[in-house]
Ligand binder design. Structure first.
Ligand code: AHG
Ligand code: MN
Ligand code: MN
Length: 333
């Protein structure tokens, strides 16, 4: 069959055999994310028409203003996962604490937990710029039959069984990995199905795009400042092109296709950076590595970091392997 005609649903079933623990549960889980993605997509697409733009008037536990669509997306993904009784716990950027899900017969017998950033780049919604959703899936470490505990959520990124993102862009795409490469699916809005459009996505080994909020330059560590100057220098292969959308998912997606580096470093204002290890950096790092790229905090592999709290932040350098290695060499100096 022509690859372009494979739907995400078919792909999930075809690839079930690759899962280390094949029981169909992970397939069902990804299917429910697919469903939630379509619902959120529908809302995001008509955001200017219905009363869904703007701030909700609340802040999340991290002190950030919540947008109405942050809350909406959070509810849609939560209910898609809870109603289908396939996960035992959820943690979300928009929730203060993790959520325990009892599952069938209130038995706490489900194996998987999901961590998510339901709407990434939400400050871009009101101005019609692409936003996204990021998700990360683990097996619980506590025994079945008991409510999930914090330790189920505080696993290293290297323990992820699947991760992905949805980008609500000029077209809507779902990109995910279950540890056997990265595949991208584009939504055909007329039919409501995702089709395999980007099989086996790979980061070019190097590229010429750098993405970082240079407005914070004065607050960056010296290594980052020096790397920015390196990117801007007039050389055979440089200056690089600077691109920054301000939605990590979109910046990342472009860089994975074109070749580039995305950096959200520490700064004197935010010593641990801005992006969240569990909801943003680990899933993006898993996809990066599965696509042949590299993701570090400037010194250490993101997926080797032992999390200590749910909402913790971490600096991130991710993208084409040669570019990340070059940036790391500046961080060492
Ligand atoms: P969120 O909307 O989930 O809080 O995340 C926004 C993140 C990320 O998507 C983006 O790259 C970054 O914030 C932009 O931050 P700055 O405006 O500080 O550059
Ligand atoms: Mn985010
Ligand atoms: Mn968010």
């Amino acid at each position: 069959m022509n690859k372009k005609h494979i739907t995400l649903g078919e792909f999930i079933i075809d690839n079930q055999k690759h899962f280390k623990y094949s029981s169909g549960e992970l397939s069902r889980l990804i299917n429910s994310i697919r469903l939630a993605a379509k619902i959120v997509n529908h809302k995001v697409n008509k955001a200017g028409l219905v009363d869904i733009l703007g701030a909700a008037g609340e802040t999340n536990i991290q002190g950030e203003d919540q947008q109405k669509l942050d809350i909406y997306a959070n509810e849609v993904f939560k209910s898609a996962l809870i109603n289908r009784e396939i996960v035992c716990g959820i943690a979300s950027e928009e929730e203060d604490d993790f959520i325990i899900i009892q599952g069938k017969n209130n038995a706490h017998n489900n194996k998987y937990i999901v961590l998510m950033d339901p709407l990434d780049g939400s400050s871009n919604i009101d101005v019609n710029v692409s936003v996204g959703t990021i998700f990360s899936i683990y097996r619980r470490v506590t025994p079945l039959g008991m409510p999930v505990k914090k330790e189920d959520f505080l696993q290293k990124g290297s323990e992820q069984v699947a991760a992905g993102y949805i980008v609500y862009g000029t077209s809507t795409m779902l990109v995910y990995t279950a540890g056997h490469g990265v595949n991208g699916f584009t939504l055909n809005p007329a039919i409501g199905s995702f089709y395999l459009s980007h099989p086996n996505m790979q980061f070019p080994k190097t590229g010429n795009i750098f993405s970082i909020n240079e407005g914070n330059y004065a607050h960056f560590p010296q290594g980052v400042k020096n790397y920015i100057k390196y990117c801007q220098a007039e050389e055979e292969d440089r200056p690089y092109t600077f691109r920054y959308i301000g939605s990590m998912v979109s910046d990342f997606h472009r860089n994975m296709i074109r070749g580039g580096i995305y950096i959200y470093p520490s700064s004197s204002k935010a010593p641990k950076g801005k992006l969240r290890l569990l909801y943003e950096c680990n899933p993006i790092a898993f996809i990066t590595e599965q696509a042949g790229g590299k993701a570090t905090d400037g010194h250490q592999r993101i997926m080797d970091i032992q999390p200590t709290e749910l909402h913790e932040r971490v600096p991130i350098f991710c993208g084409s392997i040669k570019m990340v290695e070059k940036a790391e060499s500046f961080m060492k100096e």
